[in-house]
Design a protein around this ligand. Structure first.
Ligand code: AP5
Length: 218
């Protein structure tokens, strides 16, 4: 089963994916997390991606498509895609790749949220470099200030692309290049499940699960 989770930066894709994969026993494939792990490991792909990521721009399609095709293969086609596809080219390639494997996208969820809410979410986000857990300085505080709940000695960090000027660029990139992916699916007659992502984390999860459960495929 393949679920695609769409939405602008900071809409809560990663937060919700962690809950969706637990409920439906799927693999979480976040293109951003995979890229960050390439960077941390100093791979060629990580080096090529760094400049794009730090400036809030998209990493070139061809690099991403190859990387995600490999990840989907490893997940044996049972996954939630977070942050991919992010351009119409990526969406079309994903369709082709799944068709080759005799698969299709089972559900497309779109987290809908205003830019003003996003800026507060991203500039307040902190994450654990060891386990990837995500917190927020106001809405999702760790038990001990600045330290991860799961890795108590690990100090939380701010992502380099969560600085206000980069967040602005990421939002622009979303509106210019990524928002069109919703239109791509609508044109193909696919159902896109819009979710109000401005509600609390638990309320958003409830809405997402209700919608997914209402689809016979899940
Ligand atoms: P990526 O890592 O994918 O970043 P993103 O899409 O910009 O998404 P984020 O991870 O910032 O946000 P999120 O929606 O997951 O929100 P989260 O749950 O963390 O990509 C980074 C970069 O990699 C891109 O800019 C690009 O350069 C490159 N890249 C990645 N994929 C690519 C692709 N396919 N093609 C080309 N380039 C690609 O939540 C955010 C904060 O809000 C957290 O603090 C959280 O605690 C809080 N929060 C979440 N939900 C709620 C809620 N309901 N109420 C209150 N607070 C909440």
């Amino acid at each position: 089963m393949v679920i695609v989770l769409l939405g602008p930066p900071g809409a809560g894709k990663g937060t919700q994916c962690k809950r969706i994969v637990e409920k439906y026993k799927l693999v979480h494939l976040s293109s951003g997390d995979i890229l960050r792990s390439h960077r941390a490991n100093g791979t060629e792909l990580g080096k090529k991606a760094a400049e794009f990521m730090d400036s809030g721009k998209l990493v070139p399609d061809q690099l991403i498509i190859e990387m995600m095709a490999g990840a989907i293969e490893s997940a044996q086609g049972n996954c939630v895609l977070d942050g991919f596809p992010r351009t119409v080219v990526q969406a079309a390639e994903l369709d082709k790749e799944l068709l080759r494997k005799g698969q299709k996208i089972d559900a497309i969820v779109n987290l809908v949220i205003d830019d003003n809410v996003i800026e507060k979410r991203l500039t307040g986000r902190r994450s654990c470099p060891a386990c990837g857990a995500v917190y927020h300085i106001d809405t999702l505080k760790p038990k001990a200030e600045s330290f991860c709940d799961k890795c108590p000695k690990q100090e939380l960090v701010q992502r380099t692309d969560d600085k206000p000027e980069v967040v602005k660029q990421r939002l622009q990139t979303y509106h210019h290049q990524t928002a069109a992916v919703v239109g791509y699916y609508a044109e193909k007659g696919r159902q896109v499940l819009d979710i109000d992502a401005e509600k609390s984390v638990d309320e958003v999860t409830k809405l997402v699960i209700e919608k997914l459960d209402s689809l016979a495929a899940v």
